[in-house]
Design a protein around this ligand. Sequence first.
Ligand SMILES: Nc1ncnc2c1ncn2[C@@H]1O[C@H](COP(=O)(O)OP(=O)(O)OP(=O)(O)O)[C@@H](O)[C@H]1O
Ligand SMILES: [Mg+2]
Length: 269
Amino acid sequence: MNAPRNFLPTKNSTKTPLAVKVADVSRIFDGRTVLDSLSLDIRPGEFVALLGASGSGKTTLLRILAGLDAPDAGEAWVPEARTVVYQEPRLVLSRRVWRNVVVGLSGPQATRDQAVKALAEVGLRERADAWPATLSGGEAQRAALARALVREPRLLLLDEPFAALDALTRLKMQRLIRDLCQVHGPATLLVTHDVEEAILLADRILVLREGAIAFDAQVSIPHPREAEGQRFDALRAQLLGELGVSVAARAAPNITPIAPRHGAVLLAN
Ligand SMILES: Nc1ncnc2c1ncn2[C@@H]1O[C@H](COP(=O)(O)OP(=O)(O)OP(=O)(O)O)[C@@H](O)[C@H]1O
Ligand SMILES: [Mg+2]
């Protein structure tokens, strides 16, 4: 198996440098091909959302890019500076919040000042000396985001980072991530089941199906985006179609909607 290589675009390259290059990557578990010769390029600063049915291989791809797993075939090039934010914050309970932010770092990046600066960016400056167990779910996830950003990643990998949050906190976190990504400028790969979240945040949306990228489209709706309008609805319908969700059934007149008009469209696992 090949570990992902650090991708260092040459200075005199005539091509646009890439943040991520995945070339014909396959991953096979117990004889079952989960990623099947998958190829993908992500440009620096690009915000890409990755959709796909449960079990389609999204986390597998993300783990390969994070260096936590290696492909059975093919190659992946990634920046050395990359971090992952998971569905759960994974804070060390025995360390104060600020120490969690700089955990594992050394040198000038590892100071309390740096941690507090990062916490201020996510609105948590006042909780720097708190213990993780005293944070709400949304606060803990913001601390996890500060921990990711203090590393100034060139690639930010997000594996359903809002999935465990309530709807209002999720909305605030989505805006925060979008704003912080614009300030810090990493290439971002957001794994999500939420079609509306993908459209609200991403520059580009991918659908993973049968081990490969089956759909790849730029989102041209200007920011800030609202979960409404013709272009939004058309793209949502297209994506739901790609994911095998019947859009017609959603619009049938004898079906009472169970979500508010602007609520998130979540795909069942
Ligand atoms: N270490 C492993 N050993 C065996 N099978 C695995 C392993 N990791 C993942 N798989 C299998 O690979 C498939 C893809 O898993 P993966 O976690 O990538 O899916 P996913 O798209 O992230 O799903 P979800 O949306 O539910 O998180 C699943 O069938 C899973 O059981
Ligand atoms: Mg997953």
